[in-house]
Every structure is written in structure tokens, then in C-alpha cells.
Design a protein around this ligand. Structure first.
Ligand code: UTP
Length: 481
């Protein structure tokens, strides 16, 4: 796009101020700014400004909100679970399953200098989230004799750093040709009056377009085509910050494929109605996830049973399976996909060219969420309940709820159970809390049964911190903190 085309387009949408400093920036910056302007989806943006910024949208109204039907947590001896395992394992062995991780977010709350996936989450090994997820795939490949392709979604904010991180770590033992990076699009932020924002004289304030943007990127960047070429028709979706997530869980895949689901979700049981997770429910018969920030709009979602438990208990841990065909259909229908707004403090360049860091929210960022695809399913989505321990440890910040520290505690308890079962009991304090750090490489064992079987000829000293590597060797480096 050249300057005069940019002027025309901006004038059409009332955003001419973006070129205010054009004459004062370098040629490279001019080129980059024009490229950013050319990439903006102005019709969508105009609609969002109209609906979300210049007007206060009325919340959707529903006559009926009902709990979603949920498959109870897997019990290996239950007949339906045995059948699901069979179906899931067959799909994995046949090479029908791929994995996708969304890792394009900005990770602002964690405040870590680098892609969130490169956060050294292991308390002893300092192994990163990416390494942990990669080792899960190594474990699955070994168990099922397959080569699961791994699709890694990045964004403009971390694409280069992420790819370099994988290269520097030799792709964590996976074949480079089985890992494909794909980039989601960015969405411009707007101020409270609907004007686009310059964060530098020649750069727009933008954010990645949300994990729902994966639907667009999977098709635009050729991922679904690659999947089809490899014979993959089912994708296991997870988020990079869930350390414990079971990647391509055979039970979950089995329920998904055998019930003809297009998109399936794991759900976890909320303990309190105000727990800060989205809720899976049926709104006038349509599958929805209502964000926790919207709970007050729908009082039914605050109802409790006589024992005080939430009636709508199906919390959203953001673990899904999507069929490739479904992704292609949602892509075609993406114009109907809902957007969400967040009021944020967005630094900006004022008319005098100075950088201002606002103290209160001054503008909006727009995002799409993958769970909104559930409402487009033609067949009933499968919802499988999980027990949080060993499956759900999202890392949003360093300490507190959903943090590095809480995740380490949960993982420690999870693995302590494995060590106990393998005949290497773990020391606990009087309250029963595990008092040493523990880590187990998923490439050594993916499940407790696998761990016990592989540990048969091993006796570990569990008086101090203990990490088990992929090959069964150990380290005991750091004290508990
Ligand atoms: P979050 O919404 O928790 O965002 O993303 P975040 O980037 O990790 O952290 P904050 O909110 O800035 O502190 C949940 C998951 O979705 C991915 C993230 O990388 C994370 O795995 N995500 C989020 C994307 O891939 N793209 C996005 O545009 C947004």
C-alpha cells in the first residue's frame, strides 16, 4: 500500500490521525506503518467500534440456561471409558491426531521477559513449559508408534523468539519437520472515542486477535492442509500456560471420535460459583461458555444446590479437541464469530508526539475466544469432566491463584502420589503436605501406571528434591522454596 492509498483508506474510516507524524519518521518506519495499515480489517474494526465502543452493547438474553451434559471423570474400569480408550488409542496409532498449542499471547500478568512457553517452570530442572509439552509428545510417539505433528501458534509479539527458542533447544528431541509454527493476526486497539492509537510515531498499538484467531490462522497459514496431507483429522488443542495439561489424551480423543463430536471440551468442577473461570452451559439450547466477568448478567449461573455446590459447575480449563473439517467450516463462518472487548491502559503518543502512560483504562482491545466455536457445532459437543490435579495448572502470574507457585504445589502433590505408588514414599509434614520438590519428565512416564511400571527396578532416595529425566536418570539440585 502506498501513502496515497493509505490516506484514502484512513479518510474513509475517519482515522487520518495515524499519519500525523509520517513525515518525521524514517523510511523503514514509514514502510512498516503502511504495512500495518494495509493489514487492518477495517470493516470488522468499524463494526466493533460501533457496537462496543460508541455504544454500550445490551447483554444477550436467554430464556433458559441449563447445565451441559457432562461425562464424569474417567474411571479406567468403566465400560464407556474402556471403549473411549480403545477408540482414542486407535486414532493415535493410525496417525490421525495432531496437537496445537496456542502460544501467541502477551503474558502480561506473568511479566516474564520472553515467550511464556520459555518460562522455566520446573523447580529443580528449570525445564520450560515448551520442554514439558514437547516431552509429552515424545512420550506419546513412543507409546503409540506415531509421529504426532505439533502446530505452535505464535504472534507478532513472540514469533521470532519462540522459533529461536525451539532451535536453540534442538526441538526438545522432536523432529523439526514435525513442528510447524503459524502466526495469528494482530488487532488494533482503539481509544475510548473509537480512534486507533499510535504507540510510537510510526507504530500502531495492537494486540494478538485472541486464541479464537487460531481458527483463521490454521487455514490461512496452511496448517489444516498440512494436517490433511499427513492424514490428521483431529487436533488436540491446549494453551501453553497449562503446565499439567494431558496433551492428546487418548480417553478424550476416544470420546470425541466415537461420539461424532466436532469440538469437545474438558470441564472441571467449580467449587464455588464465584470461581474465576468461564462456565460451560446450554443457553436456549445452544452450547456456550459464559465468562466469569459476565456471571452477574445471568443470575441462574449463581444458583447452588442444597449443599452449596454450583448447579452450573462445568468450569472451562481451555482444553479442547477440534476436528479438522470443523475448523474449515468455522473458518468459512468466521464473520459470525463474536468478539470480546477489554478496557485497558494503553500507552499512546499524544498530539505533541510525547509518549503518555495512562493511569486508568483509556481504550479497548478486542479478542476472539476459541470456546465460541462450540456454538457452531452441529453435533452435540462432548464435555468430559477432569480432576484438576494432574491436568490443570494454568500459569497467569508468579504467585497467588493460577501461578507458578500454585502450579508447582499441585504438580508436587500429583507426582508424590506416583512415587508413593512406585514404592518410594515421599516425606510429608504433619498436615500431610509434601515437603520436597518433585519433577517427572513426561518422556519418562505420562501416567502413574507407566511410572510404576518403569520404576519397577528403581529405588529412589526421596529425602530431598528429586527430578526424574526422560531416560530415568535423576537430579536433586535445589532446596524447596
Ligand atoms: P491468556 O488470555 O491467559 O493471555 O491466554 P496471556 O497472554 O497468556 O496472559 P495475559 O492475559 O497477557 O497476562 C491463554 C492462552 O491463550 C494464548 C496464550 O498464549 C495462552 O496460552 N493466547 C492468548 C494466544 O495464543 N493468542 C492470543 O491472542 C491470546
Amino acid at each position: 500500500m502506498n501513502l496515497s492509498e493509505a490516506k484514502d483508506r484512513l479518510a474513509h474510516y475517519g482515522q487520518e490521525h495515524l499519519l500525523r507524524f509520517f513525515d518525521t519518521i524514517s523510511q523503514t518506519e514509514q514502510h512498516e506503518l503502511l504495512t500495518e495499515i494495509a493489514g487492518i480489517d477495517f470493516p470488522t474494526l468499524e463494526r466493533l467500534i460501533h457496537e462496543w465502543v460508541l455504544n454500550e452493547p445490551a447483554p444477550e438474553k436467554f430464556d433458559r440456561i441449563e447445565p451441559v451434559p457432562v461425562i464424569p471423570p474417567v474411571e479406567p474400569n468403566r465400560a464407556d471409558a474402556r471403549e473411549a480408550l480403545d477408540a482414542g488409542e486407535s486414532a493415535l496409532r493410525a496417525g490421525r491426531v495432531g496437537c496445537m498449542v496456542v502460544a501467541g499471547g502477551q503474558g502480561t500478568r506473568l511479566g516474564f521477559d520472553g515467550p511464556k512457553g520459555s518460562y522455566p517452570v520446573g523447580p529443580i530442572t528449570k525445564n520450560t513449559l515448551f520442554q514439558y509439552h514437547a516431552e509429552k509428545i515424545v512420550g506419546l510417539n513412543r507409546r503409540y508408534g506415531c509421529r504426532i505433528p505439533w502446530y505452535v501458534m505464535v504472534s507478532n509479539t513472540n514469533a521470532d523468539a519462540t522459533q529461536e527458542f525451539f532451535r536453540a533447544n534442538n526441538h526438545f528431541g522432536l523432529r523439526a519437520s514435525d513442528i510447524t509454527f503459524f502466526q495469528q493476526k494482530m488487532m488494533p486497539c482503539v481509544d475510548d472515542s473509537g480512534k486507533l492509537i499510535l504507540e510510537e510515531r510510526g507504530r500502531l498499538a495492537m494486540n494478538p486477535n485472541g486464541h479464537g484467531g487460531s481458527i483463521l490462522a490454521l487455514v490461512d497459514e496452511g496448517i489444516v492442509q498440512d494436517a490433511r496431507k499427513r492424514g490428521v483429522d483431529t487436533l488436540s488443542y491446549f494453551q501453553v500456560d497449562n503446565w499439567a495439561v494431558k496433551v492428546a489424551d487418548p480417553y478424550f480423543i476416544g470420546y470425541h471420535v466415537s461420539r461424532g463430536s466436532e469440538m469437545s471440551s474438558k470441564v472441571h468442577r467449580k467449587r464455588a460459583v464465584r470461581e474465576s473461570v468461564g462456565v460451560h452451559c446450554l443457553c436456549d439450547g445452544q452450547y456456550r461458555v459464559i465468562e466469569y466477568s459476565e456471571l452477574d448478567l445471568y443470575p441462574q449461573l449463581l444458583e447452588t444446590t442444597s449443599s452449596g455446590a454450583p448447579v452450573h459447575f462445568a468450569g472451562n480449563p481451555a482444553i479442547h479437541i477440534l476436528s479438522v473439517e470443523f475448523i474449515e467450516r468455522v473458518y468459512r463462518e468466521f464473520a459470525t464469530f463474536p468478539w470480546h472487548r477489554a478496557h485497558k491502559k494503553i500507552p499512546y503518543i499524544n498530539e505533541q508526539g510525547q509518549l503518555i502512560k495512562p493511569e486508568k483504562p483509556n481504550g479497548y482491545k478486542f479478542e476472539t475466544f476459541i470456546f465460541d466455536a462450540l456454538r457452531l457445532c452441529k453435533s452435540a459437543p462432548v464435555s468430559l469432566e477432569i480432576r484438576e490435579i494432574g491436568e490443570y495448572t494454568p500459569i497467569k502470574q508468579f504467585d497467588g491463584d493460577n501461578s507458578v507457585m500454585s502450579a508447582r504445589r499441585l504438580q508436587r502433590d500429583h507426582w508424590a502420589d506416583w512415587f508413593d505408588a512406585a514404592g518410594s514414599p515421599v516425606p510429608r509434614n504433619r498436615d500431610g503436605e509434601v515437603i520436597i520438590d518433585l519433577e517427572v519428565s513426561p518422556a519418562f512416564a505420562l501416567t502413574k501406571d507407566e511410572f510404576v511400571a518403569r520404576a519397577r527396578d528403581k529405588k529412589w532416595k526421596t529425602e530431598g528434591p528429586l527430578a526424574i529425566f526422560a531416560d530415568g536418570t535423576t537430579a536433586s539440585l535445589l532446596p524447596l522454596h
